[in-house]
Design a protein around this ligand. Structure first.
Ligand code: ADP
Length: 660
């Protein structure tokens, strides 16, 4: 039903938005720039920290790598042996020195001198004697006692050491098979003790007596048996002797392993592991070494280091390389880093911070740098980051505060300017109509353009009405002006509702209370006095009555009520007028707000009455509300605290202060 009025204030508020938008931009743009800058600065800082760490840790790793070359050169230097040492002796000495896990000794021609599968060529009996063949035939036929006797006779009879030793072993074998174990042991023990047969070899070049010793031990079975220890020690002595009678490394390894099996308490066999490793590497094919450089052997996890003269090749297991190398450099030269040597193909755990070659001595090996403890980028850039964050926060807060104060100041200025403009426009516009009417009427009277004295009186009455309207308008403007400047001083005094209503009834224009309209005044008995400015409260009620009259049509029905509730005095003005929409009801107390300007002007309004009402009521500690339905009417209710309530409040406040 109502179209929204061309509210001056609202209409012009459009100008404020560009200013607000500009202010918002002045906050958002610098803040965004600052955040972007801060983010970029922090990223750069992290990069710079990383770069510094890469340089520092990288140079530490490079220094460590440089120390590795001389270390392995020195290790290679130690792998030279005097030229007059035999290959087995060189092997044994190097193994005893624990310089590596295994060794290969070359001869002058570059061939493998030790460990060779056969150190000595076949030296068995040149011709098999018929007596041996006969004994062997008896053994084959299962005639073990006869075979044993035949072997024994041959052993005693022959002058050939190798044949004698071979026959004695065969005799012992037959005795053992025949169940005459003790006799077999006796034969073998006698053979082990025969110094002159120590070098006797079978047809494949193997030493016979050490084999016989092992056979004896196996027959004895128990390491506590008499003679066991003597034979075991003898055998261990031969096996550990690399300088005396030459023994094929394959036989040595076999006997060593077998001795360990029959005699868990056997004397130490310190070269066994080196022998095994060398044999394993050689079994994989030819070996190549380079002085001072660790080359991978065919056996995975084994590396070859050649001595300076190339005669000795040391075999090093990966674990030994890692252990020996770790002693050459500090694993944690700088705080926050750990250095690890990594073999070819090895990666280690997690993503390394830095990887670089371990140097010429260790081809394929790398030095890996890992970060220890907490993330150093985080800790190093944390302080800088905090500084950036605080700076940015302070900057943004400063910009926001500045923008807020500028907004507040500008808003105030805009509001004031708008108010002035609205006031001037409204005042001039509202005053113009009554002034023009008065002027027209006076001109008519001055020019004697009236029919009779009755009509002249009618014109004078109209002039008086317009004057009255002018006075009311000016009163409203003055009230408003004082109100705006906060100059309106209220003289508060205890005031009964009767006093207020009596003053209202004296001032209310007849048009409101007289027919044809219907006016009703209801006052309940429970109304308590209030503390208020009588003139101001009368202005409030008159304004509400005036509006009720202005925005109603005949037959008007206006009701003024007064009642008390919950220590409050309520004054309401109801009408059966045009009513208000919900939206309009929310805005009617705004300055210069008019639902329909044309209608309001026709009703002689200027959009200030209700804002004055609100101001006065709130200055008295009260509230004003409206309930309305379009086309049915409105009720404006003023609620004021009564004197009792005010006194109680004051007492509480004073009590609180005293308490403090
Ligand atoms: P005005 O001097 O224009 O009446 P007010 O501030 O008193 O100014 O009222 C503001 C607007 O509220 C009026 O223009 C009118 O549209 C509306 N209004 C006020 N009182 C009533 C009422 N009793 N019934 C309907 N509309 C009302």
């Amino acid at each position: 039903m109502f179209r929204r009025s061309a509210n001056l204030g609202t209409g012009r508020s459009g100008r404020v938005w560009p200013v607000l938008a500009a202010l918002l931009a002045t906050v958002i743009i610098p803040s965004a720039c600052m955040l972007w800058f801060m983010d970029a600065a922090m990223r750069n800082e992290a990069l710079a920290v990383r770069q510094r760490l890469v340089e520092a840790y990288g140079s530490e790793a490079a220094e460590a790598a440089q120390r590795l070359d001389p270390y392995w050169a020195a290790r290679a230097e130690k792998l030279t042996v005097p030229a007059d040492w035999s290959a087995p002796r060189a092997f044994q000495r190097l193994a005893a020195a624990g310089l590596a896990d295994g060794f290969i000794v070359r001869d002058e021609a570059g061939g493998i001198a030790y460990p060779a599968a056969h150190s000595v060529g076949p030296v068995g009996p040149a011709r098999v004697p018929p007596a041996l063949l006969t004994a062997a035939a008896l053994e084959q036929d299962g005639k073990l006692t006869q075979a044993a006797a035949a072997y024994g006779a041959l052993a005693e009879r022959t002058s050939q050491g190798a044949l004698a030793a071979q026959a004695a072993v065969a005799q012992a074998r037959c005795l053992a098979k025949a169940g005459r174990k003790d006799q077999a042991i006796d034969v073998l023990v006698a053979l082990v003790g025969a110094e002159e047969l120590t070098e006797a070899r079978d047809e494949e070049g193997r030493l016979i007596v050490p084999g016989a010793a092992l056979f004896a031990l196996q027959l004895m079975g128990d390491s506590q048996a008499s003679g066991f220890r003597v034979v075991a020690d003898r055998l261990a002595g031969w096996l550990n002797d690399y300088a005396g009678v030459a023994m094929a490394s394959s036989q040595r390894r076999f006997l060593m392993a077998a001795l360990k099996e029959v005699d868990p308490c056997a004397a130490a066999l310190p070269t066994l592991a080196a022998e095994d490793l060398a044999a394993e590497v050689l079994a994989r094919g030819p070996v190549e070494g380079a002085p001072g450089r660790l080359l991978a052997a065919a056996v995975p996890g084994v590396f070859l280091l050649s001595g300076d003269d190339g005669r000795v090749l040391a075999l090093l297991r990966q674990e030994r390389v890692l252990m020996d190398t770790s002693s050459t450099f500090d694993a944690q030269p700088l705080a926050g880093m750990r250095l690890t040597l990594t073999p070819p193909g090895g990666e280690g755990r997690g993503e390394p911070f830095l990887v670089q070659p371990a140097g010429a001595a260790l081809p394929g090996w790398t030095l890996r740098v890992d970060l220890t403890g907490q993330d150093p980028f985080a800790s190093a850039s944390q302080r800088q980051r905090a500084l950036y964050i605080w700076t940015a926060t302070a900057g943004i807060v400063a910009v926001v505060l500045l923008a807020l104060s500028v907004t507040y100041y500008l808003g105030r200025q805009v509001r004031l300017t708008r108010l002035k403009n609205d006031l001037i426009a409204t005042v001039s516009h509202e005053l113009k109509t009554p002034l023009s009417s008065i002027r027209l009427l006076i001109d008519t009277l001055l020019e004697d353009r009236y029919r009779d004295i009755e009509q002249a009186r009618e014109y004078f009455a109209l002039i008086s009405k317009e004057n009255e309207r002018l006075t009311r308008l000016i009163d409203n403007f003055l009230n408003f002006s004082r109100m705006e400047r906060n100059r309106r001083a209220f003289v508060l005094a205890p005031l009964s509702v009767e006093e207020i209503l009596a003053a209202v009834m004296r001032a209310v224009p007849d048009r409101i209370t007289q027919p044809p309209g219907q006016f009703e005044l209801n006052m309940a008995d429970d109304c308590l006095p209030v503390s208020g400015d009588r003139d101001a409260l009368v202005t409030v009620v008159l304004n509400l009555l005036d509006n009720a009259y202005k925005y109603s049509r005949d037959p008007r029905r206006i009701v003024l009520r007064a009642w008390g509730r919950n220590g409050r005095l309520n004054l309401s003005v109801s009408d059966n007028g045009i009513g208000l929409s919900r939206r309009a009801a929310r805005k009617v107390f705004d300055r210069f707000y008019q639902v329909d300007r044309n209608l309001s002007r026709a009703a002689e309004g200027c959009g200030l009455g209700l804002s004055i009402v609100k101001f006065i009521v709130e200055a008295h500690g009260g509230t004003v509300t409206v309930t309305s339905r379009v086309g049915e009417g409105s009720t404006f209710t003023v609620t004021l605290p009564t004197l009792n309530v005010l006194n109680n409040r004051r007492a509480v406040r004073q009590g609180g202060t005293d308490g403090c």
